[in-house]
Design a protein around this ligand. Structure first.
Ligand SMILES: CC(C)(COP(=O)(O)OP(=O)(O)OC[C@H]1O[C@@H](n2cnc3c(N)ncnc32)[C@H](O)[C@@H]1OP(=O)(O)O)[C@@H](O)C(=O)NCCC(=O)NCCS
Length: 331
């Protein structure tokens, strides 16, 4: 059975840097509050005219160059986002058009902050089954156009950023390398704990002036509840992945967790007993880019030489749904 290997990684973030100080001009907040509670110092926001598909294409170009492959080598695209350029069709087809590869399937994944890990599980299943040999996996997000940047929305607005990360996955016959296993979970009982309620096809019309007035088209969350579940579910699913492969926490060379909040990452790290060198954190620069945090952090780690052939890599995510998951990869 073929194994899924990471042939290349890459990312793109918009040039526009938005510091905590910049946010204080939009809402009642402070650099000290944001840094202390989240570890975020700045994030990137798109400028008018930039689309998710365009950011995804730039990240994909970088990942393809890293892999030494061309778009024409791709057999399929899997794209994870909660902020599609349009309600329909999904951003995957717009990315496919940007890449100039008509005909290959483009699959959009809606698993929020867990989107990249869910997407990896989907791509890995296709590769193991022998259906496709080369898959482009992308996480892309434009959050800045959908957040309430007034004081009313400050608990959410300070967290999010825009960006895209990509990986080119290829089939390998080398049984010693590649994705060892993926482990996915969800618990819809907590769906409303972190959600974007409107626009909603359940309602007719899908959005109204009253809804807009009340701000229910913006993301909302119970921050404390999200925090509590994130710091429990992530270590749990890492342990589950390790146990499934007869491995131990001490075997992990690098953990790339979803970048939700520095305090969440630190608590996950502590609960697993990992050192700073074993855990990737870049939230201070980019904030939470939802489905894009893991591939951006992974691409940065690769560029910094933090992964060597044979290393054990663990990806772990938690997000709205709630959804969560982990993947173990022999690099
Ligand atoms: C959002 C989060 C940082 C808030 O921290 P917290 O310690 O729970 O803070 P609280 O929500 O209790 O708010 C404390 C106070 O700060 C205020 N506050 C909220 N956002 C603020 C901001 N950006 N700036 C200044 N004050 C803010 C609140 O209004 C509240 O004021 P009050 O005490 O007068 O009511 C924290 O809950 C968190 O990180 N949750 C997880 C979020 C997450 O990662 N989501 C994505 C997961 S994928």
């Amino acid at each position: 059975m073929p194994r899924t290997t990471f042939a290349g990684t890459g990312y793109y973030v918009p040039e526009r840097v938005v510091t905590n100080e910049d946010l204080t001009r939009l809402m009642d907040t402070s650099d000290a509050w944001i840094v202390e509670r989240t570890g975020i110092r700045e994030r990137r926001w798109v400028s008018e005219g930039m689309s998710g598909a365009e950011m995804a294409r730039r990240a994909a170009d970088a990942a393809l160059a890293d892999a030494g492959l061309a778009p024409s080598d791709l057999d399929a695209i899997v794209l994870a986002t909660v902020s599609p350029d349009h309600f329909a069709p999904g951003t995957g087809v717009f990315l496919q058009r940007e890449l100039g590869v008509p005909g290959i399937p483009a699959i959009d994944v809606r698993a929020q902050c867990s989107g990249f890990v869910y997407g990896l599980a989907i791509a890995d299943a296709f590769i193991r089954a022998g259906q496709y040999r080369t898959i482009l996996l992308v996480g892309v997000e434009i959050q800045s156009t959908g957040i309430d940047v007034s004081t009313r929305g400050r608990d959410m607005a300070v967290l999010f950023g825009d960006g895209a990360g990509a990986a080119v996955l290829t089939a390998s016959e080398d049984a010693a390398r590649g994705v060892l296993s993926t482990h996915l979970h969800a618990d819809g009982r907590f769906a409303e704990m972190l959600w974007v309620e409107f626009e909603s096809s359940k309602h007719h019309p899908r959005i109204s002036a009253e809804v807009i007035e009340s701000g229910r088209q913006y993301p909302s969350m119970d921050g404390k509840e999200v925090f509590k579940h994130a710091v429990a579910r992530m270590p749990e699913v890492v342990e589950e992945a390790l146990a499934a492969n007869g491995l131990h926490v001490r075997d992990i060379d690098l953990l790339v967790p979803h970048q939700a909040n520095l305090r969440i990452t630190q608590m996950v790290q502590r609960r697993l007993g990992l050192s700073d060198a074993q855990v990737v954190s870049n939230i201070h620069k980019f904030g939470n880019t939802t489905a894009a945090t893991i591939p951006i952090a992974l691409a940065e780690a690769v560029a910094e030489g933090r992964l060597r052939e044979g290393n054990l890599l663990c990806l772990v995510a938690f997000g709205s749904g709630f959804t969560w998951g982990a993947a173990l990869v022999r690099w």
